[in-house]
Design a protein around this ligand. Structure first.
Ligand code: MRU
Length: 378
């Protein structure tokens, strides 16, 4: 995607020094565009936990690069046991950062499997070089795959917007989305917003209702910013407005992302998604979930098994913003009141019209999902 006319991914290797990862530090958007340099696995763990990077696909890609940095660090070990121990510690450290997006553990495991393929030789130096090269190749592969899968999601989801546009007589197609499942949540393109970008680039009139997404405001801060950068018409709404807009006939379809979807089609996504799905069903509005295959958890069926992140109460009791070039935080609740901060909820498959994946669209049920991904039939 383009920022000020220049193409950016959300994460990449420093072209002058491939031992350093560069990423867009999303804490400062939409007010400042800050690029952070990360050169240790500990720094990458902080970047994921403190949400400098966030969104399922980008968390996975960051974990992939984090394991590459861990391999570089481990290369200083004098023997294989030390190398393996450092990687195991790094894997545990990264996995502990955030619990819900399954892409995190998926990327870490993929790295461990691939790095282990670099067999030990009598010359330890050569072995280590091979393992680091494998980690680098895997990190690049995870990122490139994420980008390509999101591009494909855009192509598959485009047809739904096209179908509605044909009936709208030139009036914009109104898409409602929750949180940020755009290119900032992935390496590029996004999941839920990829069909929107594809439609806009085709010249179809499309307008997006952007849920602000309290408490961290990924909608009003990130989704609105990236849609604006791409020139897509959009309107920010308070989280509780969606049902009203649907009743008025002002929403044609809902597209959201997913942090983890079970093999049977239950969908974990940002807190508040379930309420949108209920309102969409009551108003007979299609409710689509867009996700790359890296966001499926093939080991579980029931959404109640998905770990739901709980974050600090201060995110609910405070709000931040910019004034005179400075980030300011203000209190928006009584100091003495407790607050609960659930990061995600689960939308049961019966409320999902369809899943848009890189391989095509399917119903949210185990049979249909496995028809698209037969390698996971067990
Ligand atoms: O807490 P976040 O910002 O990492 O949450 C991720 C999200 O933005 C949403 O849940 C999104 O819709 C799915 S991730 C592509």
């Amino acid at each position: 995607m383009k920022v000020g006319g220049q193409h950016f991914r959300t994460i990449w290797l420093n072209p002058a020094n491939e031992q350093v990862v560069q990423l867009i530090d999303q804490r400062f958007l939409p007010h400042r565009f800050v690029i952070e340099e990360v050169s240790t696995v500990a720094q990458m763990a902080i970047a994921i936990r403190e949400m400098h990077v966030r969104g399922a696909g980008l968390i996975g890609a960051s974990a992939g690069y984090g394991m590459y940095l861990a391999a570089i660090e481990a290369a200083g070990s004098p023997a294989v046991a030390g190398f393996d121990q450092h990687l195991a510690n790094a894997a545990a450290q990264l996995k502990a950062t955030r619990p819900t997006a399954v892409n995190l553990a998926w990327a870490v495991e993929r790295q461990l499997t691939n790095i282990a393929k670099g067999k030990s030789e009598p010359d330890w130096h050569k072995t280590v070089q091979r393992k680091v090269a494998l980690a680098l190749a895997t990190a690049k592969e995870i990122a490139a795959e994420d980008e390509e899968h999101c591009r494909m999601i855009g192509q598959h989801g485009l047809s739904f917007i096209e179908q509605i546009a044909r009936k709208r007589d030139g009036k914009p197609v109104n898409v409602l989305t929750h949180c940020n499942a755009g290119w900032l949540a992935f390496v590029d393109y996004g999941s839920a917003l990829a069909p929107v970008y594809a439609a806009h680039d085709r010249g179809l009139p499309v307008h997006v209702w952007v849920d602000e997404t309290r408490p961290r405001n990924q909608g009003s801060k990130l989704t609105a910013w990236e849609l604006g950068q791409h020139g897509v018409p959009h309107t920010i709404i308070a989280d509780s407005s969606g049902g009203h807009l649907m009743q008025r006939g002002d929403v044609d379809l809902v597209i959201v992302g997913s942090d983890r979807t079970t093999r049977a089609g239950d969908v974990a996504n940002k807190i508040g998604t379930y309420l949108k799905a209920l309102a969409a069903q009551d108003n007979e509005i299609p409710f689509y979930v867009a996700l790359p295959s890296s966001s499926f958890d093939w080991t579980i069926r029931d959404g109640s098994e998905i770990p739901i992140e709980e974050r600090g109460a201060e995110e609910v009791k405070r709000a931040d913003g910019w004034r005179d070039g400075q980030m300011l935080e203000v209190s928006v609740a009584p100091e003495g009141s407790p607050a609960a901060n659930f990061g995600f909820d689960v939308t049961p498959r019966r409320l999902v019209t369809g899943l848009i994946t890189e391989r095509g669209v399917c119903k949210a049920d185990e049979k249909s999902i496995l028809e698209l991904f037969p390698e996971h039939v067990s």
